[in-house]
Design a protein around this ligand. Structure first.
Ligand code: 8YV
Length: 329
């Protein structure tokens, strides 16, 4: 009998077919966002599950699904998965790094530029019919080229954004991260490590790219926003909850910072109501990795991992991007 696996959300059918060649596959063609109880019900008898960045996989769920052997996500961020709980139960976990780095960095840069140059705000103005004459200072924003780019979290995506800023836009790059980059990478990016307060004080454009964890919850709140320049922008493409959205909305309304670009939100898909009414923020629905080729690459990588974790396919027994490889051996 073939092992049974579950694909939690609607995924490119041809990519799901790669699983069907080896497994009995249950899919969610209707793309229903299952409750926890529904997810547990669908997981009964399944040896593997394909998840996205939103299905919570924790100890209690694992205990309710004792046949589960592999949890393979098409997201790079894995704060929805309790990896130690999986490891303790011998369940392999994989994420989907690298394949989305450049696409996500492109989007982070676009959001930062849109905030700095007031693109969304001015587009809404035009669409509303309010544009009746050209004016010298209408929607005058802040420059990106030559400005100081501050990167909070200097992993793969942070470095790709820094590279765009330094090489493409002549920006001075400063960053804050728990660990410093190698000197050679700092030199290539022209990036200087600074403490968090210096990063907040000196950045003209702050881009947040840290993973979410208890330690990064509200890493940027009222106190941190108070350190920023009134002309600065803040862009968050990491996870909701890293920025205190209520404090950010207030800072934007009071023009204590100039503008923000947000792709992720606390409690998304709900968005803090104050953010929906302040004009100087660009809001997008968690789409930083959403180019078609990249979303397909992410899904294919999750499938590669699921096949391999359950002993099928060309990488059988050797998932390409495991988070807890110790369970394999
Ligand atoms: C995904 C993401 O779109 O990879 C991540 O961590 O946040 C996004 O790129 C989403 O989570 C897909 O599952």
């Amino acid at each position: 009998m073939k092992p049974a696996v579950l694909v939690c959300r609607a995924v490119f059918p041809d990519i799901v077919d790669r699983l069907r060649a080896h497994f009995d596959v249950e899919t969610n063609e209707a793309d229903v966002v299952w409750t926890r109880a529904e997810l547990i019900a669908h997981l009964q008898g399944k040896a593997g599950v394909f998840v996205t960045g939103t299905q919570p996989i924790d100890a209690a769920l694992l205990d309710a699904c004792p046949e589960l052997r592999a949890v393979c996500s098409m997201a790079v961020g894995y704060n929805n998965i309790d990896v130690p709980a999986c490891t303790a139960r011998g369940v392999l976990v994989s994420n989907a790094p690298d394949v989305l780095t450049e696409t996500t960095a492109d989007f982070g840069f676009a959001l930062m530029m849109a905030a700095a140059r007031r693109i969304a705000e001015s587009e809404h103005y035009l669409r509303s019919g309010a544009w009746t004459k050209w004016s010298v200072d209408a929607f005058a924003g802040t420059d990106v080229h030559g400005a100081t780019l501050g990167v909070l979290g200097m992993g793969r995506i942070g470095q790709a954004i820094a590279r765009r800023g330094a090489l493409g836009f002549g920006m001075k790059v400063i960053y804050h991260n728990r660990s410093r980059l190698d000197a050679a990478i700092e030199a290539e990016l022209g990036a200087r490590w600074v403490d968090k307060a210096t990063l907040l004080r000196e950045s003209d454009h702050l881009v947040i790219v840290v993973p979410y964890s208890a330690a990064s919850h509200h890493l940027v709140g009222a106190a941190e926003l108070a350190l920023m320049k009134p002309t600065a922008t803040l862009t968050n493409i990491a996870r909701g909850g890293i920025v205190d959205d209520a404090a950010l909305a207030q800072a934007l309304r009071e023009r204590r910072i100039a503008a923000a670009g947000l792709d992720v939100f606390e409690g998304e898909p709900a968005v803090h109501p104050e953010l929906l009414t302040v004009p100087n923020v660009v809001l997008t629905p968690h789409i930083a990795s959403a180019s078609l080729p990249t979303r397909r690459a992410m899904a294919n990588l999750a499938v590669d991992n699921l096949l391999a974790a359950l002993g099928a396919g060309e990488h059988a027994g050797r998932p390409p991007t495991p988070l807890n490889p110790e369970v394999l051996g």
